[in-house]
Design a protein around this ligand. Structure first.
Ligand code: ZN
Ligand code: ZN
Length: 251
């Protein structure tokens, strides 16, 4: 549905609290009050994965990550209204909300270095068909417009659908997504990592990559995507997500 048509059919109300949006905000989907309740993820945190600092010893969350994945940051904690917003982005067929999410993200996160490329985490074909769009892709494009950074939605491809990752430990989640991604090269079609990646249409020096996903839970998906990119010779990989789910029983 086009944005103009959507506006005719949907009343201009906040999708979280259902309060009416003024005419000046008719393009938004979330009102300023609800947005102000989104709880930013703040330091102190692990400098690498952005998780609140562990009480004892080194961070357990990111120690298994591939070296290429340097820094991950999330905008807000995934509770209350932020969860509703992500739910709308994913399940209510409202990709337009990505602009709202991106607007709050650019205020909270550092702009990528010039020349960096945003790469959304791809969906598998079955999920993509069901949803009609990839929520991470829509978010990456909205961020790209705000940051004026290029987006490469075709660089990564999901070669198998992974079971939904509920109630899995960080290690189990890493195993669950192993082998889920491959690198697509512009000239040779689909190839799996390694040598094919080094011959990729993106020549050296490889640009810095910023992976984009809607939600961070343990980072397993980002780590696996970074591993594939790292094997293909991309050495500077960071990631941003809109939401961060708190992991119970994990400190
Ligand atoms: Zn609201
Ligand atoms: Zn960490």
């Amino acid at each position: 549905m086009s944005s103009a048509l959507e506006q005719l059919l949907l009343p201009a109300e906040c999708l979280v609290c259902h309060g009416l949006l003024g005419p000046a905000r008719a393009d938004d989907l979330v009102c300023p009050v609800c947005r102000s309740r989104w709880r930013p993820v703040r330091p102190p945190w692990c400098e690498r994965c952005g998780q609140p600092e562990p009480h004892f010893g080194p961070c357990r969350l990111c120690r298994e990550w591939p070296e290429a994945l340097r820094v991950v940051r999330s905008g807000v904690w995934l509770d209350g209204g932020a969860r509703a917003a992500v739910h709308a982005l994913k399940y209510r067929g409202l990709p337009r909300i990505a602009a709202d999410l991106a607007e709050s993200l650019v205020r909270l996160l550092q702009r990528p270095a010039p020349g960096a490329l945003l790469v959304p985490i791809p969906l598998g074909p079955a999920r993509l068909k069901r949803r009609g769009y990839n929520q991470s892709d829509v978010l990456a494009r909205a961020l790209g417009r705000r940051w004026e950074v290029g987006v490469r939605s075709q660089l990564l491809v999901r070669v198998r659908d992974t079971p939904t990752q509920t109630a899995l430990t960080p290690a189990a989640r890493l195993a669950n997504v192993a082998g889920a991604f491959a690198l697509r090269t512009d000239d040779c079609g689909l190839r799996i990592g390694g040598e094919a990646g080094r011959q990729s249409a993106i020549r050296n020096p490889k640009p810095a990559i910023v992976l984009v996903d809607d939600v961070f839970t343990t980072g397993a998906t980002l780590a696996e995507a970074a591993r594939v990119l790292g094997e293909a010779g991309f050495s500077s990989i960071t990631a941003v997500t809109f939401g961060r789910a708190s992991i119970p029983d994990f400190t």
